[in-house]
Design a protein around this ligand. Sequence first.
Ligand SMILES: Cc1cc2nc3c(=O)[nH]c(=O)nc-3n(C[C@H](O)[C@H](O)[C@H](O)COP(=O)(O)OP(=O)(O)OC[C@H]3O[C@@H](n4cnc5c(N)ncnc54)[C@H](O)[C@@H]3O)c2cc1C
Length: 397
Amino acid sequence: MSKIKKHSITVVGSGFVGMILAIKIAKKGINVTLIDKSNKKNLSNIKDSRTTAISQGSARILDEIGLWSKISKKCQPIKNIIVTEGISNDKIHFNSGDLKEGALGYIVDNKYLKKIFFEEINKSPTIFFRGNIIIQNIIHQNEEVKLITNKGSVVSSVIIGADGRYSKTRFLANIKYYFHNYNQIAYVFNITHSKSHGSLALERFFPSGPLALLPMKSQKNNKSSVVWTIKNLDRKNLHKFEKNFKIEFLERYNHYFGKIENFSKPKTYDLNVFSCHEPFKNRVVLIGDANQAIHPIAGQGLNLGIRDSNILADSIIEAYNLGMDIGSEIVLRKYSRKRHIDKRLLFQATHQLNAIFSNQNYFLKNARKLGLRIFNKSNFLKKQSMIFAMGLRNFEI
Ligand SMILES: Cc1cc2nc3c(=O)[nH]c(=O)nc-3n(C[C@H](O)[C@H](O)[C@H](O)COP(=O)(O)OP(=O)(O)OC[C@H]3O[C@@H](n4cnc5c(N)ncnc54)[C@H](O)[C@@H]3O)c2cc1C
């Protein structure tokens, strides 16, 4: 890598969030260097069988950068969401028809999403992708910041860390964060069932963790993606659990969409939270999971990251057009301030939701039951929650 001139932007991490930011900035004719520890071939062929729930708000951001028309061809809209405690009949029913803002969200295949983003990166004349880069050090030098890598160093006005939950950029920039280990594992797999999902997403809360069934696009509408969270087990109990995996799952699934015809191989994810107190320091700024990685209980992590990308891109584009220093504290603080409330609220909401439903205290159990019934009867509460979860509320300050 050679030395590059001022007004240059280096994005570390070519995941969804880093790519969205690069695409938005590049569309304004501003050069962006996008680097990743993997190469383009590995990133494009990544074996990710997961799906992602994209909120209505994120769909609108992707539409603004011209990508939604391609993504929407292959995604499954969610028209209804049902939330229950275990397999009980007490529920909260969210119906998209009550809001008139379109679908509550969309389920998209991660592989397809990545393909669309990479096509855009490849054809952009202002995005310079560099793969197989190992970042080694970050040195702040007044009006610039230097990134030392295994392939030389690069000098920029700003370094944007989009390198995920275990961000090395965050570590090298010494940006402080809160960490909590949930001691839970998420099993992610897909099922084919005998009945149609009818565009419905189901979230069942069990003391050991939530089970989410998300409708996937398929010819017969009979495929769902499953995110099943359980408490971490010691080796012996984990072995026992995995031996009885299907039986345990079927007990919780309880024939909701009929007989299961096919299970894909589950993949596991350890669950923890990272949340930065302030997402920037000395010309280094973090977005997406590098900034805040939350529990997948509400399927909101990427949506939060997309909003980070959108706001940071706006702040940088505005500063660039005004001839300001794009890595200055004023520009990065503006991004941080605008994202603060949204970030805090989602972190608290996912953290508390997980804690409330894991607690088996007798009084709390009854309070939850009553709470679900009251909530379900209140159109006001349901509409407010839908607007929040759909990413349609503006929390900017
Ligand atoms: C089980 C599960 C289900 C989920 N479901 C949903 C959902 O339905 N909806 C939703 O909104 N969110 C969901 N999420 C969260 C979502 O997956 C993440 O929030 C999102 O992928 C974060 O994207 P990112 O680009 O910030 O980070 P990543 O996707 O982690 O990308 C980071 C990129 O940085 C690169 N990188 C890493 N380290 C370095 C380095 N040192 N140098 C250079 N490059 C580096 C990586 O190769 C990668 O390309 C889920 C998460 C889990 C665990």
